[in-house]
Design a protein around this ligand. Sequence first.
Ligand SMILES: [Zn+2]
Length: 478
Amino acid sequence: MKIYDTIDAKKKEFVPVKEGKVGMYMCGMTVQDRPHVGHMLAFVSGDVIRRYLEYKGYEVTYVQNFTDVDDKIIARANAEGVDFRVIAERYTRDYFTFADMLNIKRATIHPKATEHIKEIVDLVAALVAKGFAYEAGGDVYYEIAKFPGYGRLSKKKIDELRAGARIEISEHKRNPADFALWKAAKEGEPSWETPWGRGRPGWAIECSAMSMKYLGSSVDLHGGGEDLIFPHHENEIAQSEAVTGQKFVHFWAHNGLLNLVGEKMSKSTGHFFAIEDILKEFEPDVVRFYLLSSHYRNPMEFSRDRLADARAAVGRMRNTFRAVEAYVGDGKVVGSVEALEGADLEFWKGIAAKQDLFIKVMDDDINAASAVGHIFDIAKDINLYLGGAETKSKKIVLAKALDKIKELSGVLGIFRSIGGEIVRLEDLPQELKDLVDERTRARGAKDWAQADALRTQLAAQGYFLEDRAEGTIVRKGS
Ligand SMILES: [Zn+2]
């Protein structure tokens, strides 16, 4: 299996440090606002890498942090007249709500910066003690000239780094590109006691501290959007390697960014691309499917047309599931593929070949967009094979083929709403049944916005609706 590594700028054979185990770190949200679609693109990309590693049999420890103290969080708290924690907690909750809906697995550990102040201060102190950092005016800066490897990831040269958009200006710095590990307390800001007086952490230091705490000196894979390459990830390397003397990250897996240029901003709030708003228009399965429609390293154009295409594709897959379920019938089909012969055997061989192709493209730098195509090819085979005389072995092989789609789409986290078990309306908990009834009434009154909102509410709890001629059916998410 090969994964592209940003530092070496090529695909490399993926071999973890410890056999059978993978340590993966993903830079998480700065919880200052509602998550937008671009954030979720990064987390879906990381989630698929993790799921595929697990599918390959690795035991993955996945760490994704929350930056819960930061300039923007503090500014927002001051604007609202609340404690910064109120803001951080609100948007941390939001993250989980929408990540759950998009079927992004919870990390093994979700550490928060404010809960690791001791580790952060210890790391800053170690960098000062080793001569890589200096205190000035209550701030502590990393002196990049002391770290020869600085710029290796971003391919930037130190002497070309001037104060610019992403470089903070400060009178205390020895070099404009030196970056703050620790910031002296300002009036009205949260702060913690340290050897350099009260203050709060800079941005990148928390990721080094938390990564080392939970994953050790070296991690196998570190993910995040490519906008984090400089300075954030460059700084993480400098901080970590200066202290441990070991290679901090073996594979830097950066995802391409979501490009919003093509889509007109028709609202002035700046919240137009909040995932919450997109999920009011499109089912979670559709949004996730859309986010996987190009290779994770490629930039992606935000497009409602492509979301509509994704909706159509999910609908086609749903039809295949329905058709097989109708063919196979309600009774569970028991049987093994070992006993197949003739046309059934040929059909099954075709399915197995498509699974091989799925694995081949996923082994080639996690090409989920191509992998989706192979899942649809299985569906195409199924659609062609349906019909004709009903035999028990044909039912068996079709049910197995459907299971194969479930297995492979589970690796990508897609089609969660499709394959789940059908729950009878009367077996639903009362409050969920009420929501379904309310939606049926909204549909009757042609109040589509309300109907969609109720569908979203049910999806958030793992229940998915299918509207059929004979009425709405409910599936529990698989
Ligand atoms: Zn980070």
